[in-house]
Write a new protein. Structure first.
Ligand code: ZN
Length: 247
């Protein structure tokens, strides 16, 4: 697990907080502000910056991405506005080694679905459901210091079937008031990069102010930054004459 000193960019579409007074009350500094506070608490020393959809290049410019070790993503209602070209650039950076931590409704973020290759749909309900998040791999770095189970008093219900590929490492499964379950903490390896999906965090609940959730997000940043080693790009076709490997 890398130590402090990571360059972390928190990308937040930052629409709900500006348009909904209830959400603005929960997150006066934006959801990105709450996520940054989580990192300041649990990963002091990281270099954390924000970007939002309203920024130049939608906050996803090449210079910014090139200077990011781990990108944390919160998006929902405006995710379709993210330009395909920017989403593709995020995908490429992950293949080159950047970590990507996708939160809650980011399961439908363009970079995430591109990296998964599947629709990533799930079932959902906004109904003040209690979420009980169980570590099924309690020794995994993602679970370090997180209460097991982690009980979130109210969050949006997300449940299976969740249209993701089988995670490379499944760390958490959540259950909800109605008995539904979800693979809620999933790790993926893509090229030289790592991707984490964490389900908590509907915008109308104070989920990102809860300490166990904050620790979980900090753990995800640490795991996401761990290098997979340099891997040759797999999408370059290389002409290879007979005997090329013996030359
Ligand atoms: Zn939601």
């Amino acid at each position: 697990m890398p130590g402090p000193g990571l360059r972390v960019t928190i990308w937040n579409e930052h629409v709900h907080e500006r348009e909904d007074a209830h959400v603005a009350g929960l997150y006066p500094d934006g959801i990105h502000g709450a996520l940054a506070a989580a990192l300041a608490q649990h990963r002091p020393g990281d270099e954390v910056s924000f970007s939002t959809l309203a920024d130049p290049d939608q906050g996803l410019g090449d210079d910014r991405l090139d200077a990011t070790d781990v990108l944390v993503w919160w998006g929902h209602m405006a995710q379709e506005q993210v330009a395909d070209e920017r989403a593709e650039r995020v995908r490429r950076r992950v293949l080159d080694g950047m970590g990507l931590v996708v939160l809650h409704s980011g399961h439908l973020a363009k970079p995430f679905t591109l990296l998964m290759g599947t629709a990533c749909m799930l079932r959902w309900r906004e109904g003040d459901d209690r979420c009980v998040m169980w570590a099924v791999d309690p020794g995994h770095p993602l679970a370090a210091g997180v209460p097991n189970p982690l009980i979130i008093p109210a969050d949006e219900m997300y449940c299976e079937p969740f249209g993701i590929p089988a995670p490379d490492e499944l760390v958490f499964v959540s259950s909800y008031s109605g008995g539904e379950v979800l693979r809620s903490g999933c790790c993926f390896r893509r090229g030289s990069g790592r991707v984490v999906y964490l389900s908590p965090g509907h915008e109308t609940y104070p989920v990102y102010h809860q300490d166990g959730v904050r620790r979980l997000i900090a753990n995800a940043v640490g795991w996401g930054a761990a290098p997979e080693g340099t891997r040759p790009p797999l999408d370059d076709a290389v002409w290879s004459p007979p005997g090329w490997y013996e030359a």
